[in-house]
Design a protein around this ligand. Structure first.
Ligand SMILES: NC(=O)c1ccc[n+]([C@@H]2O[C@H](COP(=O)([O-])OP(=O)(O)OC[C@H]3O[C@@H](n4cnc5c(N)ncnc54)[C@H](O)[C@@H]3O)[C@@H](O)[C@H]2O)c1
Length: 314
């Protein structure tokens, strides 16, 4: 039997490289399509896959490539932090790029798994937040993710695009870089490991539903293999919220255990960042029911794995 051919845009990024490793372990034939403008380059990718350097703004290149695969996972993105300095470019890549990805998929009748973001919801109006929670973005990045979904849906309605939308909540874990806006874990690690106080922007009472990246990519994978997922939108979260203050405390405790040293660092607080989400807590009952999704790595375990990985990659 021929192996199923998959293309992953943004496959060299944090979540993309985990997804590619998972798909590779399941025996899929993979093409990574990435312009390498960000991410970790090729170093976290398996050796036996095909890598094509290219932008999701290059429609003709995508149209040709997408004709050779059964499914496209769209993870190419410019990050939240860039939406403060260069919002025009973030809108161009995240929105116009998704429009072109959707169009190239529709033209080729290729299935699209579009990776959106919980950022699109903005701060929780109610919790837990199900997929019907209104999309009320508070940053240009979040707006770009919300409207990227609208383009996917437009092609579904007007061109019968076969698609699934997944909305991961903040993901963390191995391969994570410090340049991400919400990258509290790498930033805390950086300071705690140098015996410096972790810095929190705002009161520290803002919450996130932190999801280990292995659970995130498992959720994305389930949305791809389950035919009942087609046409759906799915939250991929841990289904638990934690304050950023508590997260810093857990990281101090876990680093202290790991290094076998007593660490007593007061948290440093700085001015709140504009547009920062105040509360996130995902409802995963729909994903549980339709996809059979179940998060497996709790926060303490995920933090331990991250610290272990960081200590080995210095
Ligand atoms: N990291 C999280 O916590 C999180 C949470 C929710 C949703 N998401 C979503 O998951 C997806 C992946 O995020 P990530 O954290 O892995 O991001 P990332 O920045 O680590 O990776 C993005 C990748 O896209 C590539 N890229 C950027 N512009 C491109 C272009 N024009 N053409 C082709 N490739 C391009 C980059 O080089 C990079 O390899 C995004 O859709 C993001 O919105 C991420």
């Amino acid at each position: 039997m021929l192996k199923k051919k998959i293309l992953v845009t943004g496959g060299a990024g944090f979540i993309g490289s985990h997804l590619v490793n998972l798909l590779n372990s399941k025996g899929f034939d993979i093409i990574v399509y990435d312009d390498f403008s960000n991410g970790s380059g090729k170093k976290n990718l398996p050796k036996n896959i095909k890598i094509v350097r290219g932008s999701i703004l290059n429609y003709n290149k995508m149209k040709l490539l997408f004709s050779k695969v059964n499914t496209v996972f769209n993870l190419a993105v410019l990050p939240l932090v860039m939406s403060f300095d260069n919002p025009d470019l973030v809108v161009k890549i995240n929105d116009y790029g998704t429009y072109l990805v959707s169009k190239a998929c529709a033209e080729n009748k290729t299935k699209l798994i579009h990776v959106s973001s919980s950022e699109a919801y903005g701060t929780a109006r109610y919790a837990t937040m199900n997929e019907e929670h209104p999309l009320l973005p508070t940053t240009v990045y979040a707006a770009s993710k919300a409207s990227s979904e609208a383009y996917v849906r437009a092609f579904e309605k007007s061109n019968n695009l076969e698609c699934v939308i997944v909305r991961p909540f903040n993901s963390y874990g191995e391969f994570m870089r410090e340049d991400g806006y919400g990258a509290a874990i790498p930033k805390f690690y950086h300071r705690i490991s140098k015996n410096r106080s972790p810095i929190i922007f705002g009161t520290g009472n803002q919450t996130r539903d932190l999801t280990h990246v292995s659970d995130t990519v498992n959720g994305i994978f389930l949305s791809f293999i389950n035919p009942k997922a087609i046409g759906g939108t799915f939250n991929i979260a841990q289904g638990k919220e934690i304050t950023i203050k508590k997260l810093a405390q857990i990281m101090i405790k876990e680093f202290s255990k790991f290094s076998n040293k007593k660490i007593d660092l007061p948290i440093q607080f700085k001015k709140e960042r504009s547009g920062d989400v105040k509360r996130h807590l995902g409802d995963i009952s729909h994903s549980r029911k339709i996809l059979g999704y179940e998060p497996k790595i709790d926060l303490n375990e995920g933090i331990r794995r991250y610290i272990q990985w960081k200590s080995l990659t210095k």
